[in-house]
Design a protein around this ligand. Structure first.
Ligand code: NAD
Length: 463
């Protein structure tokens, strides 16, 4: 058995782990990264954020060419779909980015151990792959093992017709009918992809609304727009069973007739990857959902062992994991590291996009926090008109007394890019007046943020 020793060994090469390893190397640590996959980058790069965004972009272009170009005075002969080419474009993007991470780690002189890591003792990790085992020792360990799609009883995943987001990123043909279980991020993004490509998509959701956790007004607006695009919603319906039936599938839900379909996409949340790591032998404490318990410095109860990202819970977002990885390593080396959890943006890449940072209106109401609200609709924005993207709005919530921005919620074109301004403003403790008084270029979508900020004080110009 080979062996090696490092200052820091990071277990998991996703956006939490590889970023932490790079930051550790920048700070002078002899860092290593362990991952069982041939491609580094974790779920985000291989079967998550990146491939889904590639397909969202391609499918949107297809949909636009088919339905929206004529309004611009552009007439195309019959628009045809080459799904194989679309999927291979997505795969190429994934390969390029994963190779890029490999290059970054190499440049940072970070050793990469391919294989599954398992703690034998608190001071020893054994990494196993087909070629053999390596025994690693380290002063510090960082667990960044991420998460996987959650399963539910009664839904028999077969890795093909009844699958998760992983399968839904690679259907070899457009399903005639797709049933999506769960109206969350994944359900709506991948449901949108296949709807645009021609599938009849039904989304079944336990709750009486879509996108739990996001601002309810925006979620209700988004639902109407998605319905217009062809998505069929069955809200307040819990899925009890889903099974194969010949060449197709059947989904049984409470209070309605069973749904027959060609494929089922299960998207009901994600589960922390904390099994088979030897955590029990070390005595690392987990919560009842199997997430690793950490303190504000990402330290577990076992000295020298830290954890970040999806495997500790909180928002299951790649950028949140990266921020935690950096903060954890910086704290370890410099004594200071910090994540501002009040200013972590979230984006749903539907059309239009939905983006959010800070408190929702419902959260403020529940905590009886007095606030002022400013809303600006994209239909009153010149740039949105030129893009023919006039649906949606910007909503800014600010403290009633201090005017400090508490939350920003955007449904509309490029909301995912626009939210960056709001996140920076909130990180700096900005007031809505600060945003309102900042000059925004004309004509841009970002002017809608300025107008919403002006609207907080009842003085928007263009409504
Ligand atoms: P989610 O938590 O966003 O949504 C799951 C939905 O499934 C919920 O609305 C829930 O009420 C519903 N549900 C649960 N059990 C059900 C049942 N039996 N029948 C019907 N509905 C049921 O989860 P997701 O969409 O699987 O995404 C997982 C995680 O991945 C999210 O936490 C998200 O943060 C992350 N993600 C982020 C992005 C992004 O940033 N754009 C994209 C995809 C995923």
């Amino acid at each position: 058995m080979e062996s090696a020793s490092h200052d820091l060994v990071v277990i998991g090469g996703g956006p939490g782990g590889y970023v932490a390893a790079l930051r550790a190397a920048q700070l002078g640590l002899n860092a290593a990264c362990v991952d069982e996959n041939a491609l580094l980058g974790g779920v985000c790069l291989r079967v998550g954020c990146i491939p889904s965004k590639a397909l969202l972009e391609s499918s949107e272009k297809y949909y636009e060419a088919k339905h929206d170009f004529a309004a611009h005075g552009i007439h195309l002969p019959e628009v045809q779909l080459d799904l194989a080419a679309m999927l291979s474009r997505k795969d190429n993007i994934v390969q390029t980015l994963c190779r890029g991470i490999e290059g970054l780690l190499k440049r940072g002189k970070i050793a990469v151990y391919r294989g599954r890591g398992r703690f034998e003792r608190p001071d020893r990790l054994v990494v196993e792959n087909d070629a053999g085992t390596t025994s690693l020792a380290a002063k510090h360990w960082l667990i960044a093992t991420g998460s996987r799609p959650a399963a539910i009883p009664g839904v028999e995943l077969d890795g093909d017709r009844i699958g998760t987001s992983t399968e839904a990123l690679s259907y070899a043909e457009v399903p005639g009918r797709l049933v999506v279980i769960g109206a969350g991020y994944i359900g709506l993004e991948l449901g949108s992809v296949w709807n645009r490509l021609g599938a009849k998509v039904a989304v079944v959701e336990t709750l009486d609304r879509i996108l739990p956790g996001l601002d309810a007004q925006l979620a209700a607006e988004a639902k109407k727009l998605l319905q217009k695009q062809g998505l069929e919603f069955h809200l307040s319906r819990r899925v009890r069973r889903a099974y194969r039936d010949g060449d197709g599938c059947v989904v049984e839900c409470d209070g309605m007739e069973p749904l027959s379909c060609d494929r089922v996409l299960l998207a009901v949340g994600r589960k922390a990857n904390t099994e088979n790591l030897g955590l029990e032998t070390m005595g690392v404490r987990l919560d009842e959902a199997g997430r690793i318990l950490v303190d504000s410095t990402y330290a577990t109860n076992v000295p020298g062992v830290y954890a970040i990202g999806d495997c500790i819970g909180g928002m299951m977002l790649a950028h949140k994991a990266s921020e935690e990885g950096v903060a954890c390593v910086e704290k370890l080396v410099t004594g200071y590291g910090h994540v501002n959890y009040e200013a972590i943006p979230a984006v749903v890449y539907t059309h239009p996009e939905i983006a959010s940072v800070g408190k929702t209106e419902e959260q403020l109401q529940q905590s009886e926090h007095p606030y002022h609200k400013g809303v600006f609709p994209f239909r009153a924005n010149g740039r949105a008109r030129t893009l023919a993207e006039i649906e949606g709005l910007v909503k800014i919530l600010a403290d009633e007394k201090t005017d400090r921005v508490l939350g920003v919620h955007i449904l509309g074109p490029r909301a995912g890019d626009l939210i960056a301004e709001a996140a920076v403003a909130m990180d700096y403790g900005a007031t809505s007046e600060d945003i309102a008084r900042s000059c925004h270029a004309h004509p841009t979508l970002a002017e809608s943020l300025k107008e919403a900020a002006l609207a907080v004080a009842g003085r928007a110009i263009h409504v």
